[in-house]
Design a protein around this ligand. Structure first.
Ligand SMILES: CC(=O)N[C@H]1[C@@H](OP(=O)(O)OP(=O)(O)OC[C@H]2O[C@@H](n3ccc(=O)[nH]c3=O)[C@H](O)[C@@H]2O)O[C@H](CO)[C@@H](O)[C@@H]1O
Ligand SMILES: C=C(OP(=O)(O)O)C(=O)O
Length: 508
């Protein structure tokens, strides 16, 4: 094995091990070898058998070398200047909430222009395993969902379910369909502990009890219990609010939900529930009043709105490459604060008149970015539940701050284990210092230089690395991009259409 191959494989193994949060000694123990052997492997000083590479890949849940239909990677040549126009697609988070909500309806739901992403694919697999028929109708990604008369809750596709966090949103609708059921544990990005306790607070008033054992949630429903007073959420979480809304939608009577999230995906869900005939008042506020129905059996058509996080990603792509592009169909009401901060940092852009999204409610604009000289903001940047900087948009400020003059402090208070992935930018020449698990200090401006990086196991930080690669001099390789496909449809292809040099490949 030539030396540079050994050190490349060693680097991949070291990165994958660190992403899994393992020490060399812990990995060594799993492989029944010594810490010094792992150290030699990672330094590229050790010949490796194919069998050993496969065992390491298994221990790290990351294929180091794949054959045939293995993971996809991206090769990026930079630095790039982007040009032209790009449309924002509909959101992952509304898409998954709406798919779960179709379980409330015995009739047919048609969802328009659904984001065709892996997160949606996993949920479709789970729905199919329950007997739900789902059909992509055309190239516009319109999706038809027809539930069976009786759901088959005994053959849940566990493999698919464990790869998505959204499975947790089956609890709200399913508690009306069965007295007992089991669901596999929720998966998704590796962002630190995210407990289900807030969901229990929201759903206990509907008689739901959940015991977590053997990798599954065992749910039982006591029909004698009904919400007697307002449900007060302990966290203003998006999926928690959605679970409470879905439980309330099939509860005849009025349920009040306080400390509700008023974020974009929650609003899309509320508009869909209204189409189902459910009364929802207070949309866009933190108090929702839902008057549910005994049964719902209607054929409905709904078009979820555009994704503010994808819009932010595309703006960040333009900013980091200092490009003038038009980003169309931006849901401006969910990006206003991000834009205000960017303006403070010196970002120039033009906005079109507002127009209404296909859901008939969300306000959209087209934005034309202009090359701008950015400076660090005076204050730290931190997210808040809506209306605030979106929690999922915070990581994009890391790559934006990297091209701004001065020091920027990002405070990711909600997630215990996400800020660390932003230090991946250092491999491209960035200066991102982890101050503690929640805070990074970024020093700019940076001239990025291309290199090879394994996608961190978190969607937004992985895209942040990709965007920095667009701005990096030379060739970069981003490995194992499934995590990006969880949330973005054809991102590499769409970036290529506006001038990026990105190609997708697999190992042979
Ligand atoms: C499918 C979907 O819609 N996913 C979104 C949803 O996930 P989801 O609703 O599952 O988010 P969580 O409930 O896990 O909340 C995210 C993190 O924020 C913390 N937290 C949240 C709210 C709060 O008031 N206080 C608090 O501390 C939680 O403890 C957790 O660590 O909301 C997250 C936060 O907007 C987004 O990152 C996800 O993209
Ligand atoms: C954290 C995210 O999503 P999820 O809740 O699906 O992991 C995200 O969209 O950035």
């Amino acid at each position: 094995m030539p030396a540079d191959y050994k050190s490349r494989i060693g680097n991949l193994i070291r990165d994958a091990r660190k992403h899994r949060g393992l020490t060399q000694a812990e990995l060594a123990q799993q492989l029944a070898t010594s810490q010094s052997a792992i150290n030699r492997i990672e330094k590229g000083h050790q010949n490796l058998s194919l069998e050993m590479i496969a065992r390491i890949g298994e221990a790290l849940d990351s294929e180091i070398v794949a054959l045939g239909a293995g993971p996809t990677h991206l090769r990026v040549t930079g630095p790039t200047t982007l040009s032209g126009s790009i449309d924002v697609k509909t959101s992952k988070n509304a898409g998954v909430a709406l798919l779960c909500a179709t379980l409330l309806n015995r009739g047919r739901t048609t969802l328009r222009k659904v984001a065709r992403i892996e997160e949606v694919n996993r949920l479709l697999e789970v729905l199919n395993s329950l007997g739900v028929q789902t059909t992509w109708l055309n190239d516009d990604n319109d999706l038809e969902i027809v539930p069976p008369r009786e759901l088959d809750l005994h053959h849940v596709d566990e493999v698919a379910a464990r790869r998505t966090r959204s499975i947790i949103m089956f609890l709200g609708p399913l508690l009306h369909r069965a007295d007992t059921f089991e669901l596999p544990y929720a998966g998704g990005c590796n962002l630190g502990t995210r407990t289900v306790e807030p969901h229990m607070t929201a759903l206990r008033p509907f008689g739901l009890e959940v015991k977590a054992t053997d990798g599954s949630y065992h749910a039982t429903v006591n029909r004698a219990i009904e919400p007697g007073r307002p449900i007060v959420l302990t966290e203003r979480g998006d999926t928690v609010t959605e679970n409470a809304l879905m439980a309330a939608a099939l509860h005849p009577g009025t349920t009040t939900i306080r400390n509700a999230s008023s974020n974009y995906m929650v609003q899309d869900l509320c508009f869909y529930l209204q189409k189902l005939g459910v009364t929802v008042e207070g949309i866009g506020t933190t108090t929702l009043r839902v008057t549910g129905l005994e049964t719902i059996d209607v054929d409905v058509d709904y078009a979820p709105s555009e994704d503010p996080i994808e819009a932010m990603s595309l703006l960040a792509a333009a900013i980091v490459t200092n490009s003038s592009i038009e980003v169309r169909r931006v849901p401006i009401e969910f990006l206003e604060i991000e834009l205000a901060v960017l303006e403070e940092m010196g970002f120039n852009y033009e906005r079109s008149e507002e127009y209404v999204a296909r859901n008939g409610h969300t306000r959209l604009v087209d934005l034309r970015t202009q090359p701008s000289q950015l400076k660090a903001p005076l204050d730290k940047i931190h997210p808040m539940p809506f209306p605030g900087i979106n929690i999922d948009n915070l990581p994009f400020f890391a790559v934006i701050a990297s091209v701004a003059e001065g020091q920027t402090l990002l405070h990711d208070w909600p997630y215990d284990n996400r800020a660390i992935y932003l230090t991946e930018l250092n491999k491209l020449g960035g200066q991102v210092k982890l101050l503690d698990p929640h805070r990074v200090m970024i020093e700019g401006p940076t001239s990025f230089t291309g290199t090879e990086i394994v996608c961190p196991p978190a969607l937004r930080p992985a895209v942040v690395v990709l965007l920095a690669m667009l701005a990096s001099k030379g060739t970069s390789v981003l490995r194992s991009t499934y995590v990006i496909h969880r949330g973005y449809e054809d991102l590499a292809e769409r970036l290529s259409q506006i001038g990026a040099q990105v190609e997708s490949f697999r190992d042979i």
